[in-house]
Write a protein that binds this ligand. Structure first.
Ligand SMILES: Nc1ncnc2c1ncn2[C@@H]1O[C@H](COP(=O)(O)OP(=O)(O)OP(=O)(O)O)[C@@H](O)[C@H]1O
Ligand code: SF4
Ligand SMILES: [Mg+2]
Length: 343
């Protein structure tokens, strides 16, 4: 990993809301992070924590309405992607930022063959002839482990199984050698052997092409195995982020601690029982004015209901959004003063 390199992607103060009949849903609340060239950033968090909405907001993939990216900036290649025209964004998608969707059917077009859909970005962005694009399309299908690739290029998405469609999508996202690859739970529908193959493939491409990768997953074991850095999301915010080894060995946010306890094997202990985190994640009808984890937090105290904690540095490149300081086992100096011991 190249520590000193300039980030390839810089996200600052991103806020995304949805307008629904029941009012606004504040899905992403002031999210800031960056990504270095060649870095693999793992993103984890319970269902509804804002992982997909954050990443889709970056390159204008959310339908508006109901979504509205309300604030922030997303710097990529000298451009603020939030200020780009639809045509500029189309030019960035593919060779700039490749996206593998959580649901393959949202991005594969049912009326075109897989070969057509693989050739299209190659013709449009890579300046290839149709013959060159055909050769490359076949190579890409082989790369993601689809047998009989030449014949399968003529098939339509519905002729592929769910796992195969996911692999086709990965091939399309990789077609233009993007600088940044965003993979939203790309291997969930695949069996363990294929998952391992895809992970190897991605590691390999990252080394060969210096591609930076954002990998969203529920699987903390995968993060431990492939990521340089991990970002833990909760309630549309970053609860904690830092170098993966450091965060897993010394988690500082009660949510990260609880999440890691749900899979004890990640920390080298035996997993005899699978713990669950009591309670439900919040649906935010307004921007958070208190810690959104407090209803489920065993550590909560008076300050937690008084303000939304900022992210505090807890180690080199490691921060956590919590008023409790686990190093001194006392409230942080920045925590609002409240009388109640437990709020
Ligand atoms: N179209 C929509 N309309 C209203 N709210 C939405 C819409 N899409 C997402 N949300 C809300 O945004 C929040 C974040 O959702 P998001 O899909 O980013 O979660 P996630 O972390 O990717 O979850 P999962 O692990 O289940 O994929 C959730 O509260 C969700 O209900
Ligand atoms: S700020 Fe308070 S409620 Fe929130 S995670 Fe920290 S201790 Fe728990
Ligand atoms: Mg998601």
């Amino acid at each position: 990993m190249r520590e000193a390199a300039q980030p390839v992607l810089e996200v600052n103060g991103l806020k995304t809301i949805f307008r629904t009949r029941g009012g606004e849903v504040h899905a992403v609340n002031s999210v800031s992070f960056d990504l270095k060239p060649g870095e693999l950033l793992g993103v984890v968090g319970e269902s509804g924590s804002g992982k997909s909405v954050t990443m889709m907001s970056l390159i204008g993939l959310l339908p508006s309405p109901p979504a509205e990216v309300r604030e922030g900036s997303v710097m990529f290649d000298g451009l603020d992607l939030l200020k780009c025209t639809p045509a500029q964004l189309r030019a960035v998608r593919g060779p700039g930022v490749g996206f593998i969707f959580q649901d393959p059917m949202t991005s594969l077009n049912p009326v075109f063959t897989v070969g057509y859909q693989l050739r299209e970005p190659l013709l449009k962005h890579m300046g290839m002839t149709k013959a060159q694009a055909n050769v490359r399309a076949k190579e890409l299908l082989e790369l993601v482990g689809i047998p009989d690739a030449e014949r399968r290029l003529k098939d339509y998405p519905h002729q592929f199984s769910g796992g195969m469609r996911q692999r086709v999508m990965i091939a399309i996202a990789l077609a233009c050698d993007p600088k940044v690859l965003i993979a939203d739970e790309p291997t969930t529908a695949l069996d363990v052997t294929i998952q391992a193959q895809i992970l190897e493939l991605v590691k390999d491409l990252r080394q060969k092409l210096g591609m930076a990768i954002i990998w969203i997953t529920h699987d903390l074991g995968v993060i431990a195995g492939i990521a340089d850095r991990v970002m833990v999301m909760y309630g549309g915010q970053i609860a904690e982020q830092g170098p993966v080894k450091e965060v897993f060995a010394h988690p500082r946010h009660p949510y990260t601690r609880a999440l890691l306890q749900t899979v004890p094997s990640v920390r080298g202990e035996r997993a005899d029982t699978l713990n669950v985190i009591e309670g439900q994640p919040p649906i935010l009808r307004a921007a958070p004015s208190a810690c959104s984890f407090r209803d489920r937090c065993t550590q909560r105290f008076g300050a937690c209901a008084a303000a939304n904690p900022a992210r505090y540095d807890v180690g080199p490149g490691h921060d956590a959004a919590c008023f409790w300081d686990f190093d001194t086992d006392a409230p942080r100096a920045e925590a609002p003063v409240k009388e109640a011991a437990h709020g």
